[in-house]
Design a protein around this ligand. Structure first.
Ligand code: ATP
Length: 473
């Protein structure tokens, strides 16, 4: 892992954002827990996504479907038969890898050397072999391309095997095959099976969308890069149902809208990239990823997929229940086409953290802070009495009580004011509100700004309005 990523992981743990799961038992690979500031930041991101989907679009409504679903769901969706990754082991190190990821990394290497053509041709060959499920040729490709195990340094690869990523468990007390159910590997299917419920009960007219935030589970073979790829994670998905033939217009609309959303969040344009898929999944007629330049390279944060009528048609076939919509404008029944936007809350979190993590040299000393937009910051303001004497704590607590109903703020009186500022910088608090002797006389406080460390004098009466203005987009 790169030095920068290591610093970010250490920062996330040290300052209460993300811990390894069950750490006292040495952790569980690819599973993480969010600490006090992490859960606030993640909730802020989820709320922002939710509101920009449902509130800003009169034709998008929400849903909260269960993690467990009828097992036939996953037959219909294709996950039982084809939600596989090609897995390969190195005979010397006994380490396991995803063959496609090893090849993608090789291609990224060619790209970095400026050899775009070679990168493209390698990816195209891999795509062809995966499609044809020709795993012995895929293994030969690993050897031909001299792709070495990072641990042993050899190309001594085993056969490549298909590995299904779904976790299964049993319902009830008897473990029979018929009782096997899955932990959902994506939230989308909960939306598809509820398509008619939502359409009828919320009286939606096409085009309309259904948004959902929820946990998803994948038994990822290689879990690396911190919370980028986890076995339990959260997805934020929106399925947009459209009239067949209009899907590519809507695909373009959502690709543009989502890209603008990331920029509005404060992600610099040059760190974002759109990657159009050449090789399409069996259900899609167009697909792209929005990628962010993580410390380990440009990687997918969000996927936009034109899924055609693949899912609804499959559910109609397997359930024998019509999944059609009557379109009064054209007097026709049809199975709608679907354009999906799918983003991982945890990847969005990691992108936000990487983007905010800032180190500076100030007068020979290094200063670190999280340059989070105030709307995203876990704590909006810290109320800090200069000393514990002379009634300053009481004054500070009164300000705290006045603001706490509208903002997540904290009150802290222990330690030097400089140390308290530093601590707030490290968790990304945009404003420190210092209460001093002058406050007792004229009801003004000092606001100290995180990014500039600049200070200004402000009446207490203005704090509410100032915070509200700063904490909105
Ligand atoms: P990848 O190629 O990285 O495995 P994917 O193409 O399988 O991802 P999708 O199935 O399109 O991903 O899932 C949509 C989004 O869900 C992704 O863009 C990502 O943000 C998130 N996501 C998928 N898998 C994981 C995971 N294991 N951990 C965290 N987030 C994930």
């Amino acid at each position: 892992e790169s030095g920068l990523l290591k610093d970010i992981i250490a920062h996330a743990k040290e300052y209460g954002f993300v811990y390894p799961s069950s750490e006292i038992y040495d952790g569980l690979q690819a599973v993480y827990d969010y600490g006090p500031y992490g859960v606030e930041l993640k909730n802020n991101l989820k709320r922002l996504w939710w509101e920009s989907m449902t509130r800003l679009n009169g034709n998008i409504v929400g849903l909260d479907a269960s993690i467990f679903m009828h097992p036939t769901t996953w037959k219909a969706s294709g996950h039982v038969d084809s939600f596989n990754d090609p897995m390969v082991d190195n005979k010397d190190s006994k380490k396991r890898y995803r063959a496609d990821v090893l090849i993608e990394e090789k291609a990224a290497g060619y790209e970095n050397e400026g050899n775009q053509e070679k990168a493209n041709s390698l990816l195209a060959t891999m795509g062809r072999l995966l499609e044809a499920e020709d795993f012995s040729a895929l293994r030969e490709l690993l050897i031909e391309e001299d792709i070495k195990c990072p641990v042993s340094g050899t190309t001594n690869w085993t056969e490549i095997r298909q590995f299904n990523l779904m976790f299964s468990t049993q319902v009830g007390s008897v473990s029979e095959d018929s009782n096997t159910i899955y932990l959902r590997p994506e939230t989308a299917q909960g939306i598809f099976v509820n398509f008619l419920n939502v359409q009828k009960t919320a009286r939606m007219k096409i085009p309309f969308g259904i948004a959902q935030i929820g946990k998803a589970f994948r038994n990822e073979i290689v879990a690396r890069q911190f919370i980028f790829r986890m076995r339990e994670f959260e997805q934020m998905e929106m399925q947009f149902f459209v009239r067949p033939g209009t899907e590519l217009e809507w695909y373009k609309h959502w690709a543009d809208t989502r890209m603008s959303w990331h920029k509005a969040l404060g992600i610099p344009e040059e760190k974002l990239r759109r990657h159009d898929h050449e090789k399409l999944a069996h259900y899609a007629n167009a697909a792209l990823d929005i990628e962010y330049q993580f410390p380990f390279g440009f990687k997918e944060v969000e996927g936009i997929h034109s899924r055609t009528d693949f899912d609804l048609k499959a559910h109609q076939e397997f359930s024998k229940k019509k999944q059609q919509y009557f379109d009064p404008e054209i007097n026709q029944n049809y199975i709608p086409y679907v354009v999906e936007t799918s983003i991982g809350a945890d990847r969005l979190f990691l992108m936000t953290l990487c983007n905010a993590f800032t180190t500076q040299e100030v007068e020979g000393k290094s200063r670190a802070y999280l340059a989070l937009h105030p709307a995203l910051a876990p704590v909006k303001a810290a109320i800090l009495p200069l000393t514990k004497k002379d009634g300053l704590p009481d004054k500070g607590k009164a300000i705290f009580d006045q603001l706490k109903y509208d903002f997540n703020i904290i009150y802290e009186e222990a330690g030097s004011i400089g140390k308290r500022y530093t601590r707030q910088d490290l968790i990304g608090t945009p404003f420190c509100i210092a209460v001093d002797h002058q406050t007792l006389e004229d009801d003004t406080v000092t606001i100290r700004h995180r990014d500039t460390t600049g200070q200004e004098r402000v009446p207490i009466a203005d704090l509410q309005g100032r915070l509200a203005a700063a904490c909105s987009f």
